[in-house]
Design a protein around this ligand. Structure first.
Ligand code: ADP
Ligand code: MG
Length: 142
Protein backbone atom coordinates (compact mmCIF):
# COMPACT_ATOMS: atom_id res chain seq x y z
CA UNK A 1 0.00 0.00 0.00
CA UNK A 2 1.32 3.39 -0.96
CA UNK A 3 2.48 6.06 1.45
CA UNK A 4 -0.26 8.64 1.89
CA UNK A 5 -0.91 11.81 3.84
CA UNK A 6 -4.03 12.61 5.82
CA UNK A 7 -5.32 15.37 8.06
CA UNK A 8 -6.11 14.69 11.71
CA UNK A 9 -7.67 17.23 14.05
CA UNK A 10 -7.78 16.79 17.80
CA UNK A 11 -11.07 18.56 18.51
CA UNK A 12 -11.75 21.03 21.37
CA UNK A 13 -13.18 18.35 23.68
CA UNK A 14 -10.07 16.17 23.51
CA UNK A 15 -7.70 19.15 23.78
CA UNK A 16 -9.69 20.18 26.88
CA UNK A 17 -9.29 16.69 28.37
CA UNK A 18 -5.51 16.92 27.98
CA UNK A 19 -5.27 13.74 25.89
CA UNK A 20 -3.23 15.12 22.96
CA UNK A 21 -0.31 12.89 23.90
CA UNK A 22 -2.41 9.74 24.13
CA UNK A 23 -3.89 10.36 20.67
CA UNK A 24 -0.53 11.07 19.02
CA UNK A 25 0.94 7.96 20.69
CA UNK A 26 -1.71 5.83 18.96
CA UNK A 27 -0.76 7.27 15.58
CA UNK A 28 2.95 6.73 16.11
CA UNK A 29 2.55 3.21 17.50
CA UNK A 30 0.56 2.28 14.40
CA UNK A 31 3.11 3.48 11.87
CA UNK A 32 1.92 7.02 11.18
CA UNK A 33 4.37 9.93 11.43
CA UNK A 34 3.38 13.47 12.40
CA UNK A 35 4.84 15.63 9.60
CA UNK A 36 3.21 18.92 10.58
CA UNK A 37 1.32 20.32 13.56
CA UNK A 38 -0.59 23.50 14.22
CA UNK A 39 -2.55 24.48 17.29
CA UNK A 40 -5.18 27.07 16.51
CA UNK A 41 -8.59 28.31 17.58
CA UNK A 42 -10.92 28.50 14.58
CA UNK A 43 -13.55 31.20 14.26
CA UNK A 44 -17.05 29.93 13.45
CA UNK A 45 -16.54 31.27 9.93
CA UNK A 46 -13.29 29.31 9.49
CA UNK A 47 -14.90 26.15 10.88
CA UNK A 48 -17.75 26.68 8.42
CA UNK A 49 -15.31 26.85 5.51
CA UNK A 50 -13.48 23.72 6.69
CA UNK A 51 -16.77 21.78 6.94
CA UNK A 52 -18.41 23.35 3.86
CA UNK A 53 -19.24 19.87 2.46
CA UNK A 54 -21.71 19.49 5.34
CA UNK A 55 -23.39 22.88 4.97
CA UNK A 56 -26.79 21.43 4.02
CA UNK A 57 -26.80 18.98 6.93
CA UNK A 58 -28.97 19.68 10.00
CA UNK A 59 -25.97 19.41 12.33
CA UNK A 60 -23.81 21.95 10.42
CA UNK A 61 -24.37 24.94 12.75
CA UNK A 62 -23.76 22.87 15.89
CA UNK A 63 -20.64 21.39 14.30
CA UNK A 64 -19.24 24.84 13.46
CA UNK A 65 -20.08 26.16 16.93
CA UNK A 66 -18.39 23.17 18.57
CA UNK A 67 -15.29 23.27 16.37
CA UNK A 68 -14.82 26.96 17.20
CA UNK A 69 -15.48 26.52 20.95
CA UNK A 70 -11.83 26.04 21.92
CA UNK A 71 -8.35 25.30 20.62
CA UNK A 72 -7.73 22.39 18.27
CA UNK A 73 -4.59 20.62 17.15
CA UNK A 74 -4.39 20.06 13.39
CA UNK A 75 -1.84 17.49 12.23
CA UNK A 76 -0.67 16.17 8.92
CA UNK A 77 0.03 12.43 9.23
CA UNK A 78 2.04 10.36 6.79
CA UNK A 79 2.37 6.61 6.42
CA UNK A 80 1.28 3.54 4.52
CA UNK A 81 -2.48 3.61 3.89
CA UNK A 82 -2.68 6.70 6.13
CA UNK A 83 -6.23 7.76 5.21
CA UNK A 84 -7.90 4.44 6.05
CA UNK A 85 -5.55 3.65 8.93
CA UNK A 86 -6.38 6.96 10.64
CA UNK A 87 -10.11 6.30 10.18
CA UNK A 88 -9.66 2.84 11.70
CA UNK A 89 -7.80 4.23 14.73
CA UNK A 90 -10.49 6.95 15.16
CA UNK A 91 -13.50 4.59 15.25
CA UNK A 92 -17.06 5.32 14.16
CA UNK A 93 -18.43 8.90 14.09
CA UNK A 94 -20.91 8.05 16.86
CA UNK A 95 -18.83 6.92 19.85
CA UNK A 96 -21.64 4.54 20.88
CA UNK A 97 -20.86 2.62 17.69
CA UNK A 98 -17.08 2.94 17.88
CA UNK A 99 -15.12 -0.27 18.24
CA UNK A 100 -13.46 -0.85 21.63
CA UNK A 101 -9.93 0.47 21.78
CA UNK A 102 -10.47 3.23 19.19
CA UNK A 103 -9.83 6.91 19.96
CA UNK A 104 -13.53 7.74 19.90
CA UNK A 105 -14.50 4.75 22.06
CA UNK A 106 -11.95 5.87 24.65
CA UNK A 107 -12.23 9.67 24.50
CA UNK A 108 -15.48 10.80 22.80
CA UNK A 109 -18.58 11.72 24.81
CA UNK A 110 -21.12 12.21 22.01
CA UNK A 111 -21.51 12.43 18.23
CA UNK A 112 -20.80 16.19 18.53
CA UNK A 113 -17.88 16.00 20.96
CA UNK A 114 -16.19 13.08 19.27
CA UNK A 115 -12.52 13.86 19.91
CA UNK A 116 -11.02 13.72 16.43
CA UNK A 117 -11.48 14.53 12.76
CA UNK A 118 -9.87 12.51 9.98
CA UNK A 119 -9.90 12.98 6.21
CA UNK A 120 -12.15 10.49 4.41
CA UNK A 121 -10.27 10.23 1.08
CA UNK A 122 -6.90 11.09 -0.41
CA UNK A 123 -8.53 13.85 -2.43
CA UNK A 124 -10.08 15.45 0.66
CA UNK A 125 -6.86 14.90 2.61
CA UNK A 126 -4.97 17.07 0.14
CA UNK A 127 -7.62 19.81 0.35
CA UNK A 128 -7.80 19.64 4.16
CA UNK A 129 -4.01 19.61 4.67
CA UNK A 130 -3.71 22.71 2.49
CA UNK A 131 -6.39 24.42 4.61
CA UNK A 132 -4.00 24.40 7.59
CA UNK A 133 -0.49 23.97 6.18
CA UNK A 134 1.84 25.41 3.57
CA UNK A 135 4.18 22.95 1.85
CA UNK A 136 7.07 24.40 3.84
CA UNK A 137 5.33 23.38 7.09
CA UNK A 138 5.34 19.68 6.15
CA UNK A 139 8.39 17.54 6.87
CA UNK A 140 8.13 14.15 5.18
CA UNK A 141 10.12 11.24 6.68
CA UNK A 142 10.22 9.45 3.36
P1 ADP B 1 -16.55 11.92 10.56
O1 ADP B 1 -16.01 12.99 11.49
O2 ADP B 1 -16.54 10.56 11.22
O3 ADP B 1 -15.87 11.91 9.21
P2 ADP B 1 -18.82 13.19 9.23
O4 ADP B 1 -17.83 13.68 8.21
O5 ADP B 1 -20.02 12.44 8.73
O6 ADP B 1 -18.09 12.25 10.32
O7 ADP B 1 -19.37 14.40 10.08
C1 ADP B 1 -18.50 15.42 10.52
C2 ADP B 1 -18.77 15.69 11.99
O8 ADP B 1 -20.10 16.19 12.11
C3 ADP B 1 -18.73 14.44 12.87
O9 ADP B 1 -17.44 14.12 13.34
C4 ADP B 1 -19.65 14.84 14.01
O10 ADP B 1 -18.96 15.63 14.99
C5 ADP B 1 -20.69 15.69 13.31
N1 ADP B 1 -21.84 14.88 12.96
C6 ADP B 1 -21.96 13.97 11.98
N2 ADP B 1 -23.17 13.40 11.95
C7 ADP B 1 -23.86 13.97 12.95
C8 ADP B 1 -25.18 13.82 13.45
N3 ADP B 1 -26.04 12.96 12.91
N4 ADP B 1 -25.54 14.59 14.51
C9 ADP B 1 -24.68 15.47 15.07
N5 ADP B 1 -23.40 15.66 14.63
C10 ADP B 1 -23.00 14.92 13.60
MG1 MG C 1 -15.92 13.29 7.69
Amino acid sequence: MAVQRTLSIIKPDAVGKNVIGDIIRRFEENGLSVIGTRMTHLSAEQAGRFYAVHKERPFYQDLCDFMSSGPILAMALEGKNAVALNRQLMGATNPKEAEAGTIRADHADSIDANAVHGSDSQENAAIEISFFFADLDLHSRG
